[in-house]
Design a protein around this ligand. Sequence first.
Ligand code: SAM
Length: 230
Amino acid sequence: MLSKRLEQVAEYLKEPIHFADIGSDHAYLPCYVCLRHEHATAIAGEVNQGPLERAKQTVREHGLSDRIQVRKGNGLEVIKKEEVNQITIAGMGGKLIRTILEEGKSKLHGVSRLILQPNIDAQIVREWLMDHQYKIVAEDIILEDGYIYEIIVSEYWNEPLDLSEKDLFFGPYLLKEKSQVFYKKWFHEKEKRLKLINQMKQAKHLPVEKINKLETEMEWIREVIADDDR
Ligand code: SAM
């Protein structure tokens, strides 16, 4: 049984599938994909020993050692140039995903698709993608066990890209679609910002810039969700 979140990540892999899953922990995602697609191959990358051992064990248990290689290393250092055609990075913060992409960008040649699932700070991931000419081709927002997750699917695009500040903040596809989960997320984010602003306003030295930024974001959120009472 794979989580709905990782199932959705898997849905975005395109055949032929030769992918690297970075930060693979139990290697659930590579195993699920290779069991469903008989010609798929994967590299499960892990920086920590515990998750690495767990990944090796899952791969062995499923008899997939001939198609999934579990490698120890930091970020994209576990892959060689042009070894995979897609990369998944799921279940981490947006800042860590950005660092992994930035430090490993020399390995991205030949990688046609990135499927990224930041737990927080999706905006940082979108900014990195735009700055490196990766076009967002799909997005998803899902609710599982009380948590909301965003998935960003991106492909290399040979032209400069320009997303608006709001697109970067909300996600261009998520903003267009405005699903129920999207409303739920941004209602909650609005409340969070309201509390933060009130706390900051109690401070002796007002963090004016931070307050202004949060108030601008609040305004965007209000505009986007205000016209609906979902
Ligand atoms: N991808 C799985 C998922 O979505 O369920 C596991 C997510 S788990 C929260 C994050 C995993 O990423 C951990 O196993 C951690 O050891 C690994 N990790 C963190 N930083 C990493 C890095 N720089 N390179 C490779 N793996 C990393």
